[in-house]
Design a protein around this ligand. Structure first.
Ligand SMILES: NC(=O)c1ccc[n+]([C@@H]2O[C@H](COP(=O)([O-])OP(=O)(O)OC[C@H]3O[C@@H](n4cnc5c(N)ncnc54)[C@H](OP(=O)(O)O)[C@@H]3O)[C@@H](O)[C@H]2O)c1
Length: 334
């Protein structure tokens, strides 16, 4: 079974009928350099909506009728690529399918260990690595800095805040709802959390960060970014990771009115893609794994069972109906 893209959700919310279910088996022979893979577990990422729209310059273009792309872990059934053998667990670009034929290019063999799919798609996958490289290489946190992160209870944001604590920062998270905010302060060790659905972000930040924001991690964009830009400190680093507030909007929203604080505060604003750091991913995984083993980072995920639930599960990210990483389990390894 596969889910195929049926419509481009540009400028609107995702809908269940943006996909068609296809129950035909994929029985084509392998070409040189290809793998036949049983899909085990899939990552849910806001970027997938952009891939359906062909919105980003970095992802491979999609066509209507393509299998819906997703990062994931699979198990090799048959290999026509050197370095990959039947039984290997592989990680990389897969899709919403039980079985796929994929190019081996860009795939990595995942060392076998208990719970390998969850670990490698969560903390050691794109969410943890995005947090690690964006923060250490661009945010450059120092002990005593005030770090503010929005989308704080999500997959990336929850790791950013914890890495900020490891670096000795005062960490303020912004998230939607009391339950998420309580989790950030009581379980993850954030110093403060602001519920942007019931509190006004700008006055709360003035109260909680009277000397301004040294590291501003933005997952959201829009008005929230503008409010936070009003409070950056001298030499602040503004890390633009994502802009989920705009992913469902029509056209290009206006930029942050307070961007000129970049000049007044001699600050820096920089965007990045995780792929900028591909050659260092192993190093990032090593660091994150060590902090996990030492109990200095907690990873939280929710595994939704069944590929049939993929369309509904992806939509949850845009409703804020997730805490930490959202994953879809397709099959068990054999
Ligand atoms: N640059 C890169 O290479 C890279 C890599 C990975 C991810 N990203 C970006 O990082 C961001 C976080 O990704 P993630 O995978 O960790 O997702 P996530 O935060 O786990 O899930 C999305 C969260 O965004 C919040 N949200 C949804 N709509 C919103 C809106 N209109 N305004 C404010 N908040 C909203 C919701 O939390 P609340 O309940 O708090 O609203 C929701 O739980 C995304 O923007 C993603 O595109 C970038």
């Amino acid at each position: 079974m596969q889910w195929r893209i049926a419509a481009r959700p540009t400028g609107r919310e995702l809908r269940a009928d943006d996909y068609t279910r296809d129950d035909r088996p994929l029985d084509a022979p392998l070409a040189e350099g290809e793998l036949r893979v049983r899909v085990l577990m899939l990552s849910c990422d806001p970027a997938q909506k952009g891939w359906m729209e062909n919105a980003g310059g970095y992802a491979a273009p999609t066509e209507i009728g393509d299998i819906m792309p997703a990062g994931g872990i699979g198990q090799v059934i048959e290999s026509a690529a050197p370095g990959f053998a039947p039984g290997d667990l592989i990680q990389g670009s897969l899709g919403w399918a039980e079985e796929m034929i994929v190019s081996a290019t860009g795939k990595r063999v995942v060392p076998p260990e208990p719970d390998a799919p969850r670990l490698n798609l969560g903390l050691l996958g794109s969410s943890g690595l995005t947090a690690y490289f964006g923060l250490t290489r661009i945010g450059e946190p120092r002990a005593g800095d005030t770090l503010v992160v929005n989308g704080a209870a999500g997959a990336v944001g929850s790791i950013v805040g914890q890495l900020g604590k490891i670096a000795g920062c005062r960490v303020i998270g912004i998230a939607g709802g009391e339950t998420k905010c309580r989790w950030l302060t009581q379980e993850l060790g954030f110093d403060h959390a602001i519920d942007y659905k019931t509190e006004k972000v700008k006055p709360r930040i003035r109260e909680l960060a009277p000397r301004g924001i040294d590291v501003l991690w933005d997952n959201v964009g829009g008005d929230m970014l503008d409010d936070l830009m009003a409070r950056i400190a001298h030499k602040a680093r503004v890390v633009i990771c994502g802009g989920i507030a705009r992913y469902q909007q029509q056209g290009t929203p206006p930029g942050p009115g307070n961007y000129f604080n970049i000049v007044f505060k001699s600050a820096r604003m920089e965007g990045f893609l995780l792929s900028d750091f591909t050659s260092d991913h192993d190093l990032g995984r090593e660091r994150l794994r060590a902090w996990l083993a030492e109990g200095r980072i907690k990873q939280r995920d929710e595994v939704v069972d069944g590929l049939e639930n993929a369309p509904e599960t992806l939509m949850r990210l845009f409703r804020g109906d997730n805490v930490g990483k959202l994953l879809i389990k397709v099959a068990e390894p054999t």
